[in-house]
Design a protein around this ligand. Structure first.
Ligand SMILES: [Zn+2]
Length: 113
């Protein structure tokens, strides 16, 4: 399940979208943008994503709906859907970047130990 807060729309009507069993049904274009993750603190990397996506999901009542997203919203959705599938954004990196990341992670772990 993914919960999306509307960070841009401040005020009393901030919407919260809940997506249960979300699934990307169509995607278009590509964007490469800086991404980080709470699961991997202090590490961000350029990740390639679809620029525009349509996601099919169910709401809390079990009713199916579709949501179209682009920009930051598309990026956030793809990141979160990856999480649901057990994929971290580092898994989307090239093998070279992945090995650099592993080294950084090892170093970070050694420093906190
Ligand atoms: Zn994440």
């Amino acid at each position: 399940m993914i919960e999306l807060g509307d960070h841009e729309g401040a005020g009393p009507h901030r919407s919260l979208v809940v997506l249960i069993n979300p699934e990307i049904v169509s995607q278009e274009g590509t964007i490469v943008a800086e991404e980080g993750c709470l699961s991997v603190p202090e590490f961000t990397e350029q990740v390639k994503r679809a620029a525009r996506i349509t996601v099919r999901a169910k709401d809390r009542a079990g009713k199916a709906f579709e949501i179209a997203a682009d920009g930051l919203m598309a990026k956030a959705l793809q990141h979160e859907i990856d999480h649901l599938n057990g994929v971290l954004f580092i898994d989307r990196l090239s093998p070279i970047k992945k090995s650099i990341f592993r080294r950084k992670l090892k170093k970070a772990l050694a420093e906190t130990a």
